[in-house]
Ligand binder design. Structure first.
Ligand SMILES: *[C@@H]1O[C@H](CO)[C@@H](O)[C@H](O)[C@H]1NC(C)=O
Ligand SMILES: *[C@@H]1O[C@H](CO)[C@@H](O)[C@H](O)[C@H]1NC(C)=O
Ligand SMILES: *[C@@H]1O[C@H](CO)[C@@H](O)[C@H](O)[C@H]1NC(C)=O
Ligand SMILES: *[C@@H]1O[C@H](CO)[C@@H](O)[C@H](O)[C@H]1NC(C)=O
Ligand SMILES: *[C@@H]1O[C@H](CO)[C@@H](O)[C@H](O)[C@H]1NC(C)=O
Ligand SMILES: *[C@@H]1O[C@H](CO)[C@@H](O)[C@H](O)[C@H]1NC(C)=O
Ligand SMILES: *[C@@H]1O[C@H](CO)[C@@H](O)[C@H](O)[C@H]1NC(C)=O
Length: 677
């Protein structure tokens, strides 16, 4: 009896212990290949289905980039989750290291899940958003008996997902009981985001306490200790969810985007904390070296190139064509037959464009009545140039003008600004001159200049201008009237020689379309009364302007200036006033100081008045003027009374407004605006 009892007891104990010992309590995989695997094909107790497999270097691949695939990997032996008399589910703990390698950084793929399931194959799990766990019909059905922790990389709104990078606890349904964006709480209590598809290894811990029923899910970057605060934590009794024997493993799926899901190491323990993983022994990241993405490009690149390269070629041809056409338009010039003889003097617009750096504002020297002047530098000739852009709406007289300036330019008179060439475009003419480093004469005379020039230099400049005008009027094969003699058109070269610029321009720009109307062009203050009345420029009108220039240089005042009462006064009248009071020298520029030749200054003032005589017949010729200036002839003795018995009939009795109405020409108004420059 006793023996019998003992035997029963013994066998029941033995069967208990046998049963107990057959029950797995824990396992650890630091890589999924044992050291005997290669030699004996040793059973590693992992079964894989679908796209899942174990690579020879011990990597558990759940999905290998198959589209619309599912992959499962389970520990082959069932685990007894319920073994206590009260029938509650036991505590368990697991940890694993995973990584996700998406084909493209920007498109999300699907995720993976740690799963506790009644069957080691999950045969009804659908791909894509179902993660291989459930399908459309059984999702949410309590008869599933599935507990899972999802690492979801896509937002499925039908499951109320919060974002495309979250960790959730799933019970019988993909609609998570609780979830959180992927990340962890660091030591300082700061939340740190993690990106599941970052291709980096990360570790996850799942812990269930069968007594308090708390489920904790924690994650951290690979190599870091388990954070103290879990990422997701809920209280849920799993007794009704888990059956007595269950299988643990992983499930994963792909959708239309290729992606790879890997598990590097895994440990599990019932009724205790999961054994730590030997992190250093885990397999290495597989995408060091040629990846599937690389292979994809290697396979498809030739085809892609075949399609893309011709398209790129065509696009670049179109762009090149556009560029060339635009350039053509940009640098377009006009060349007519009559210009052939001036070929040598033609400069290309392109060269001028580059010389002035595209006519930048920075290179603007000034803008006068006829256009803007830019400074430039010719690379080919290594020469500083000044480019004048004259807008040229009326083509009338252009041919004669070009012929004239080119031929005069060829003469290269030492007192004319050398013309290097010209260029013609649709509606403008570009004149290229030597750059005069010392600027124009007016700069030294007015606006309290920093540098002024002494009498010797002024006298030299005047003589230069006189000889240039004499050349134009008498020495050249035909009479050329300058029409715009003024201080700003007198340029000083490096030796302070006066050089006259802009000859003939006034005529070109003054040409009206209707030859019946008289257009007066030039600069107000320098216009002779006979020119204003008759509208005809003569050498005498040039002499008049030169006379005004003489007075300007001697007095340092503008042709039209304001007196102390704020009234506008003509310089001629102003000097005349001093003369009538017999102290003409008082009109001289105070900036001259004491270093001047009194006789010269007096002669220049008187010559200025004589040249600016209202009667053109009385004015001397440039030949005579040159003689007087050179001292080859004495200025005839004359007195104020010789000027029509006293008052000059210039502007003294006329307001400027009266004159303007008297002439009634709009171009005069333009000249007034640039007046006195
Ligand atoms: C598989 O399980 C058997 C018995 O349960 C055990 O002896 C063996 O070591 C396991 N293999 C691995 C690779 O864990
Ligand atoms: C059930 O029994 C186990 C041991 O048998 C015990 O650890 C556990 O606390 C019990 N659970 C409840 C809810 O009483
Ligand atoms: C899992 O389910 C399949 C299909 O229903 C079935 O054939 C298989 O026997 C089940 N396996 C286990 C271990 O229950
Ligand atoms: C849950 O699944 C069981 C078994 O497959 C089925 O009988 C039942 O109708 C399902 N319940 C719902 C609500 O779909
Ligand atoms: C899902 O979200 C919608 C809208 O936010 C809400 O009405 C619904 O109750 C949620 N369902 C679950 C199961 O949380
Ligand atoms: C973490 O991610 C969430 C959601 O994507 C974002 O709102 C938050 O600003 C991120 N925090 C940090 C520190 O990057
Ligand atoms: C879950 O986390 C909380 C807070 O850190 C901790 O107190 C508790 O012991 C954890 N439970 C398990 C089962 O790890």
């Amino acid at each position: 009896m006793f023996m019998k009892l003992f035997t029963i007891f013994f066998f029941s104990l033995l069967s208990q212990s046998l049963k107990f010992s057959s029950q797995t309590l824990d396992f650890t995989y630091s890589g999924f290949v044992s050291e005997y695997y290669h030699t004996f094909r040793h059973n590693n107790n992992i079964s894989t289905q679908g796209t899942a497999s174990v690579t020879s270097n011990g990597l558990l691949v759940l999905t290998n980039a198959n589209i619309q695939g599912t992959g499962h990997a389970f520990y082959t032996k069932p685990i007894r989750f319920k073994d206590s008399p009260n029938g509650t589910a036991s505590s368990f703990s697991t940890t694993f290291v995973f990584a996700i390698n998406p084909e493209f950084d920007i498109f999300s793929c699907h995720g993976l899940a740690f799963v506790v399931a009644p069957n080691s194959s999950l045969p009804f799990g659908s791909p894509s958003q179902y993660l291989g766990l459930f399908n459309n019909a059984n999702n949410g059905n309590d008869s599933n008996h599935v507990f899972a922790v999802e690492l979801d990389t896509l937002r499925s709104t039908e499951f109320n997902d919060t974002d495309d990078n979250h960790v959730g606890i799933d019970i019988n349904s993909l609609r998570s009981v609780e979830s959180s964006p992927a990340g962890y709480w660091d030591e300082k209590g700061q939340f740190v985001n993690l990106t599941l598809i970052s291709r980096k290894r990360m570790q996850v811990w799942v812990d269930y306490d069968g007594y308090t029923n708390r489920i904790n899910v924690t994650m951290a970057p690979f190599g870091q200790v388990k954070p103290r605060k879990p990422l997701v934590s809920i209280v849920r009794d799993l007794t009704s969810v888990l059956l007595q024997d269950m299988y643990v493993g992983f499930s994963s799926s792909t959708g239309s985007i290729l992606s790879e899901h890997y598990v590097f190491g895994w440990s599990f323990r019932l009724k205790g904390e999961a054994p730590p993983l030997a992190l250093s022994k885990l397999p290495k990241l597989p995408w060091v070296g040629p990846t599937r993405i690389y292979k994809f490009y290697k396979n498809w690149m030739p085809l892609i190139s075949l399609l893309v390269i011709p398209v790129l070629f065509i696009i670049s041809l179109v762009f090149l064509g556009r560029f060339i056409v635009r350039r053509r338009i940009k640098f377009a010039e006009e060349l007519e037959d009559w210009e052939k003889e001036f070929g040598k003097n033609r400069l290309s617009f392109k060269d001028l464009y580059y010389a002035t750096k595209g006519f930048k504002e920075k290179h603007l020297l000034g803008s006068g009545g006829f256009g803007k002047v830019y400074k430039g530098f010719m690379r080919t000739t290594k020469r500083a140039i000044a480019v004048k852009r004259v807008s040229n709406e009326s083509q009338q007289g252009l041919k004669e003008f070009v012929a004239e300036i080119v031929s005069i330019g060829r003469m290269s008179h030492r007192n004319l600004v050398p013309l290097l060439g010209y260029c013609r475009r649709r509606d403008e003419l570009l004149l290229v001159y030597d750059y005069m480093p010392n600027g124009s004469l007016d700069m030294y005379l007015y606006n309290s200049p920093e540098v002024t020039i002494d009498w010797k230099q002024r006298f030299k400049a005047i003589k230069g201008v006189a000889s240039a005008l004499f050349f134009l009027h008498e020495e050249w094969e035909q009479v050329v009237i300058h029409r715009d003699v003024k201080a700003s058109n007198v340029l000083l070269d490096s030796e302070h020689n006066g050089r006259l610029g802009d000859f003939g321009l006034a005529r070109l720009c003054g040409h009206g379309s209707d030859p019946q109307t008289t257009h007066v062009a030039g600069t107000w203050g320098y216009l002779a009364p006979d020119y204003i009345r008759a509208g005809r420029a003569t050498t005498a009108t040039d002499v008049f302007a030169f006379g005004v220039l003489l007075l300007e240089v001697a007095c340092g005042r503008r042709p039209i200036d304001q007196n102390e009462n704020g009234e506008r006064v003509l310089l001629v009248d102003w000097v005349f006033g001093f003369w009538t009071e017999e102290n003409i020298l008082d009109a001289k520029d105070p900036k001259l100081g004491s270093e001047y030749d009194q006789r010269e200054v007096e002669m220049v003032l008187k010559l200025g008045l004589l040249c600016a005589h209202p009667n053109p017949q009385v004015r001397p010729t440039m030949r005579q003027v040159l003689h007087y200036l050179k001292g080859d002839a004495m200025l005839p003795d004359f007195s104020p009374s010789d000027f029509c018995g006293g008052g000059m009939t210039l502007g003294i009795n006329h307001g400027l407004g009266d004159l303007a109405t008297f002439i009634g020409v709009s171009s005069v108004a333009d000249s007034i605006l640039s007046g006195g420059r």
